[in-house]
Design a protein around this ligand. Structure first.
Ligand code: UDP
Length: 338
C-alpha cells in the first residue's frame, strides 16, 4: 500500500482529501496541530472509510517534532501540504503570524522531504494569486499579481519557494493546485466545514443563518458590474476538490513534469444571489438576508478555466451546485444536533 502524508488533514479540505486517498487505496498519515479543527474529525473519517488514519498532533512550524514524523514515515510517496492559517482579515491584522506559520511550515516540510527523500509534493494554493484578472475565465497563464493580503502573499511566496527548491534539487517534484471557492460537505454529513467563531465565508454564514445561529446574512454589495450586481465566484464541491489531489499524486508518481500548476474549480461563476437562490430552492429554507456595502478587499468576479486539469489530470468537477449547498445544510443540521 502506498503511503501519503497529509498536513492539515483534520481541517476542512484536508479531511475530505484524507477520505479520497483512503478510498483510492492509500495509507494516510495525518499531521495537524488542531488549531482550527477537532480530533473528532478522525472519527468522522473513520465512519466513512472504515479506517482511522495515523495521526500526529504536531505543528508543522515546529522543526524538531515534524522531523520525527518524516523519519518514521520516510517510505511515503508524497506529501499533501494543507497546514496553514487562512483568514484573510486576520492576516492583515497579524501578518507576522501568517508569515511565520505559513512560510516556516512549508520550509520545514520541504527540508524533510529532501532529507528523507520523499519526492512528490501537492501544494494547496489559491486563485487569490490572480487578484482581479483582466480576462475571464482565468487560465494558469493568467499573470500572478501582487497579493491583496498577507494570507494571499503567503500562497504566492510558497509557490515561489517550491519552484526554487525544485530547481535546486534533483529528486523533488510538485504540483500546486489553485483552488477557487470550496464549499459543501461529504454526502454522509460525517465531515464538513467547522468554522471557528463567526464565519468569514459565504456558505457557512448562510447555513448558520438558516439554522438560527446568526440573525441575517449580509450580502456584501449589489452594485458590482455583474448581471445581478452581486459578486461572482467559482464555487466547487469540496469532495470534487479533494479528488483532484489524488489524481495529482498519481500524475507525480507517473514521472510527469517536475512542477505544474492547475486551476481547480468548476469553470462556472455564480453570484452571491445565485448561491442564496440555490440554497433556498434545494433545501426549502428561507434565508434572512440584506444588502449592505461591499466588503473591503473583495474582487468583483473570478472563475476558472479548468481545461488544463480536465485534459492533463483527467479530472473535472462533477457534483452540482444544488447538491453541494444541500450537503452543506445537512452537515450544519448535524453539527447543531451534536
Ligand atoms: N459574502 C457575502 N456575505 C458574507 C460572506 C461572503 O456577501 O457573509 C460574499 C463575498 O463578498 C464574496 C462571496 O460572498 O463576494 C464569497 O466570499 P467568501 O469569503 O466565501 O470567499 P472569497 O471572497 O475569499 O472568494
Amino acid at each position: 500500500m502506498q503511503k501519503v502524508i497529509i498536513t492539515g488533514g483534520t481541517g476542512y479540505i484536508g479531511s475530505h482529501t484524507v477520505v479520497e486517498f483512503q478510498n483510492a487505496g492509500f495509507e494516510v498519515v495525518v499531521i495537524d496541530n488542531l488549531s482550527n479543527s477537532v480530533i473528532e474529525v478522525l472519527t468522522g473519517i473513520e465512519s466513512i472509510t472504515g479506517i482511522r488514519p495515523i495521526f500526529y498532533q504536531i505543528d508543522v512550524s515546529e522543526t524538531k517534532d515534524l522531523e520525527t514524523v518524516f523519519k518514521d514515515h520516510k517510505d511515503a510517496v508524497a506529501v499533501i501540504h494543507f497546514a496553514a492559517y487562512k483568514a484573510v482579515g486576520e492576516s492583515v491584522k497579524e501578518p507576522l503570524k501568517y508569515y511565520q506559520n505559513n512560510i516556516q511550515g512549508l520550509v520545514n516540510v520541504l527540508s524533510n522531504m529532501i532529507k528523507y527523500d520523499i519526492p512528490n509534493l501537492v501544494f494547496s494554493s489559491s486563485c487569490t494569486v490572480y487578484g482581479q484578472p483582466e480576462k475571464l475565465p482565468v487560465t494558469e497563464d493568467t499573470p500572478v499579481v501582487k497579493a491583496e493580503s498577507p494570507y494571499g502573499n503567503t500562497k504566492k511566496i510558497n509557490e515561489e519557494i517550491i519552484v526554487d527548491t525544485i530547481n535546486s534539487s534533483e529528486n523533488l517534484n510538485a504540483i500546486s493546485l489553485r483552488y477557487f471557492n470550496p464549499i459543501g460537505a461529504h454526502i454522509s454529513a460525517n465531515i464538513g466545514e467547522l468554522p471557528l467563531g463567526v464565519p468569514n465565508n459565504l456558505l457557512p454564514y448562510i447555513t448558520q443563518t438558516a439554522i438560527g445561529l446568526r440573525k441575517e446574512l449580509s450580502v456584501f454589495g449589489d452594485d458590482y458590474n455583474t448581471p445581478d450586481g452581486t459578486a461572482i465566484r467559482d464555487y466547487i464541491n469540496v469532495c470534487d476538490l479533494a479528488k483532484a489531489h489524488v489524481v495529482a499524486v498519481k500524475r507525480l508518481l507517473n514521472n510527469a513534469l517536475r512542477y505544474e500548476v492547475f486551476n481547480i474549480g468548476t469553470g462556472k461563476g455564480s453570484s452571491v444571489m445565485e448561491i442564496i437562490n440555490a440554497f433556498e430552492s434545494s433545501t426549502g429554507q428561507k434565508l434572512n438576508y440584506k444588502i449592505v456595502d461591499r466588503r473591503a478587499g473583495d474582487i468583483e468576479q473570478v472563475w476558472a478555466d479548468t481545461s488544463k486539469a480536465n485534459k492533463i489530470l483527467c479530472w473535472k468537477a462533477e457534483i452540482s451546485l444544488d447538491e453541494t449547498v444541500k450537503s452543506a445544510w445537512e452537515w450544519e443540521k448535524k453539527v447543531q444536533k451534536s
